[in-house]
Design a protein around this ligand. Structure first.
Ligand code: ZN
Length: 61
């Protein structure tokens, strides 16, 4: 049940619109959304990591 333990891939949501992306951390500790490298579709460039427990909310598109 979603018990994956990969350290570099996680889910992050756009701070602007809440859209969820698979993401990784850069060496600088910044969140880099893998599916939206230039930024979110809404133009947002700030992302927050999501806990798996929050997936339902993250995906209510
Ligand atoms: Zn967005």
């Amino acid at each position: 049940m979603g018990n994956e333990t990969e350290e570099h891939d996680f889910l992050a949501t756009c701070d602007e619109c809440g859209r969820a992306y698979a993401a990784t951390l850069t060496e600088d500790g910044e969140i880099l959304p893998l599916g939206a490298r230039p930024g979110c579709r809404c133009g947002g460039k700030s992302f927050s990591p999501v806990n798996e427990a929050d997936f339902d909310e993250a995906f209510d598109d």
